[in-house]
Each structure stands twice: as structure tokens, then as C-alpha cells.
Ligand binder design. Structure first.
Ligand SMILES: CC(C)(COP(=O)(O)OP(=O)(O)OC[C@H]1O[C@@H](n2cnc3c(N)ncnc32)[C@H](O)[C@@H]1OP(=O)(O)O)[C@@H](O)C(=O)NCCC(=O)NCCS
Length: 253
């Protein structure tokens, strides 16, 4: 669980203290609305930030005017903050991959629009925003989740029969960790697919071989899409109670 308190420094900077977790994902001691790269993602540049409350004016001003107008038209302040946090991270990730910049609005299916030649993806959980970008021809997906004991109850919804059988053999990770990891990987995979393959995709359509889950190490579980043609590769990082999942859809041959 993310537990943080804020204090205001002499220069007016608001600092957050993150007790658990997560030096890797949101930074141990970093001002809010400040981005940093999460090291080691196998598929591209992964950027994260802690973005609680209203976006500071300088963050809004750093974005393209079309993005600012898009954010202003969003229906609630929480949705605006979430969207802006994601775009702040995506802008940083894109800038690390390319000098090309175009408005990162949203497609009709809801995905972020990326500049030509780039793939990318956004996720948020509470105040945490993450974005992944790379110069690849296929698709990318990213997802961030915070493990809660209640997640174990989602076992039947999220896991295939084979994944449930494998869970029974596991003693090294909790059911909540196992279920959340699968949920997060499947959400990241969904985002990496093309809209026509996303249509009617069910959790049961994806089988993941999560052989191990080690704290603070990127792992690459094997994935089979049981009902789709695409080939995807995945990466997952467990950091305290937080899970970051990334997926790369290989370009069509
Ligand atoms: C679209 C979806 C993946 C978003 O996931 P979420 O956990 O609700 O929210 P996240 O914060 O992780 O992700 C939201 C971001 O996903 C991106 N997104 C939304 N729809 C998308 C799509 N069709 N394709 C790719 N990315 C998409 C957007 O960038 C969005 O953020 P933004 O609107 O601020 O730009 C989810 O709502 C969904 O529809 N899942 C698929 C249905 C499902 O569960 N199928 C089961 C098998 S996978």
C-alpha cells in the first residue's frame, strides 16, 4: 500500500515520504509531479511519477496546447489529474526515444496517440502514473497495480484453469501477489494489442507461465495468446506491494 505524507520545504517544494514502497517505482524521496525513469524495463523507456491532487501550473504549461485543451474538457478534476500525470510521464518517455513530438491525445479506443514511429502506453493507480515508450513497430502496453489481499478473490475471474492449477503448487508467493501479477500482465497485454484483437478479449484468452516472482527484479514470464494471432513478450517488476507489468506485441511478419 502506498503510504505517504507531505511536507512543504522552505522553497515551497512539496515533498512526499513514501514508506512502503517503492524506491524503484515512485522514488523514495521525490517531489510530487516529478518524473523519473524506472530502470530495467526490457521494452523501452518507462517513466513514473507520483501525481496527487491538482496538476501544478508548470506541468500543464509544459504540455502541448491541444493536450491542455483536451485535459480541460475532461469531466472531473480527478480524471484531469490522472490524464495529465500520464501525459507528463509519456512526454518524458517519448523525449528519451525521439525528437519528434506531436499531441498525445487519445484514440477512439482510448489509447494514447503516439508520434509516428513510436509505440507507447499509459497506466495510473491512485496518484501513481506510469508511461512506456519505444521506437518499435509493434505495440506496447504498461500497467501498474497495488497488491491488496482482496485481489485473491479475483482468482476465478483473472486466472485460466491452468494458471489456477499452477497457483496450487506455489508456496513462494501469496495468492494475492499471484493474481495481481496475472491481472496486471493481462491488462498490459490488452493495451499492446491492436483494437481488432482487443475486441472481446477475455482473461481466459491469455495464459501466463509465472515461474517465479522476485522482489525488485524484472522477470519475463512466457505468454500464450490462446485465441489471437499476435505474439507478445512480457516483463514484470514486483516492488513491495506494487506491480509494474509491460508487454510488447511483435510486429506482424
Ligand atoms: C482499457 C483498460 C486496459 C484500462 O485499464 P485500467 O486499469 O482501467 O486503467 P489504467 O490506468 O491501467 O490504464 C488507463 C490507460 O490505458 C490506456 N488505454 C485506454 N484504452 C486503451 C486501449 N483500448 N488500448 C490501449 N490503451 C488503452 C489509456 O492511455 C488510459 O489512460 P488515459 O486515458 O489517461 O490516457 C481497461 O479499462 C480495460 O478495458 N481492460 C480490458 C477489458 C478486460 O479487462 N479484458 C480482459 C482481458 S485483458
Amino acid at each position: 500500500m502506498l503510504i505517504f505524507r507531505t511536507s512543504t520545504g522552505k522553497d515551497g517544494t512539496i515533498w512526499c515520504v513514501v514508506r512502503a514502497p517503492s524506491p524503484l517505482i515512485v522514488g523514495a524521496l521525490r517531489p510530487h509531479w516529478t518524473t523519473a525513469e524506472v530502470a530495467g524495463c526490457p521494452f523501452g523507456v518507462l517513466v513514473a511519477a507520483l501525481c496527487p491532487g491538482r496538476a501544478p501550473d508548470e506541468v500543464v504549461a509544459s504540455l502541448d496546447v491541444e493536450e491542455q485543451a483536451y485535459a480541460n474538457a475532461l469531466p472531473s478534476s480527478s480524471r484531469r489529474s490522472e490524464w495529465l500525470g500520464g501525459r507528463l510521464c509519456l512526454a518524458k518517455a517519448i523525449a528519451r526515444c525521439s525528437t519528434v513530438r506531436s499531441p498525445m491525445l487519445s484514440t477512439t479506443s482510448g489509447a494514447a496517440v503516439l508520434p509516428e514511429g513510436l509505440a507507447g502506453s499509459v497506466s495510473h493507480k491512485g496518484a501513481v502514473a506510469v508511461a512506456l515508450a519505444a521506437q518499435v513497430r509493434g505495440g506496447l502496453g504498461v500497467d501498474v497495480e497495488c497488491i491488496s489481499e482482496r485481489d485473491a478473490s479475483l482468482e476465478r475471474k483473472v486466472l485460466t484453469a491452468a494458471e489456477r492449477a499452477r497457483l496450487r503448487e506455489r508456496t513462494d508467493i501469496s495468492a494475492a501477489q499471484y493474481v495481481t501479477a496475472h491481472f496486471s500482465l493481462k491488462e498490459a497485454i490488452y493495451k499492446a494489442l491492436e483494437p481488432k484483437e482487443q475486441m472481446d478479449l477475455e482473461f481466459d484468452d491469455i495464459d501466463i507461465q509465472l515461474v517465479t516472482l522476485t522482489q525488485q527484479v524484472w522477470l519475463s514470464p512466457a505468454v500464450k495468446l490462446l485465441t489471437r494471432q499476435s505474439v507478445v513478450r512480457t516483463g514484470i517488476l514486483l516492488d513491495g506491494d506494487w506491480v509494474l507489468a509491460a508487454a510488447l506485441r511483435e510486429p506482424c511478419a
